[in-house]
Design a protein around this ligand. Structure first.
Ligand SMILES: [Zn+2]
Length: 137
């Protein structure tokens, strides 16, 4: 049976790899013609021109463009790296009991790892028994 820590590392690593393939790291909101016709400047000469019809909701408004730019590849990669480090802190250590988190002494997967996995719960392989206490997946 797959353990949550292994599965979660795979999900985070896949997300990080996908993001790294996106090209440039820093995205910003390009000069908008109007507040409802924004685009994302990908910083490498490319633009995501949302008004071309590739966005099913119509054109991007300023708030949507700000949100996309705030979640640019640099941000996603940094979050993935932080998540992987958190998993490293919340695992068993060599020479200690293999079923307990050395950081908080909870049985593995500890509540921190369960919470960290929650945003990935819609992906294949997530098991309902991994859900944090008090949630339903
Ligand atoms: Zn822990």
């Amino acid at each position: 049976m797959t353990d949550l820590t292994t599965w979660l590392r795979e999900q985070i690593t896949a997300r990080k790899t996908l993001t790294e393939a996106a090209g440039s790291l820093d995205w910003s909101v390009g000069n908008a013609v109007s507040r409802t016709d924004c685009f994302i400047d990908t910083g490498d000469g490319g633009r995501m021109a949302i008004s071309c019809g590739c966005y099913s909701g119509g054109t991007l408004n300023k708030e949507e463009a700000d949100h996309i730019a705030a979640n640019d590849p640099r941000d996603v990669i940094a979050r993935c790296e932080a998540e992987l480090r958190i998993i490293g802190l919340h695992s068993a250590m060599p020479g200690q009991h293999p079923d307990f988190c050395w950081h908080d002494k909870h049985e593995l997967p500890c509540p921190t790892v369960r919470l960290l996995a929650l945003p990935y719960a819609d992906r294949p392989g997530y098991l309902p028994e991994w859900a944090p206490e008090g949630t339903s997946s």
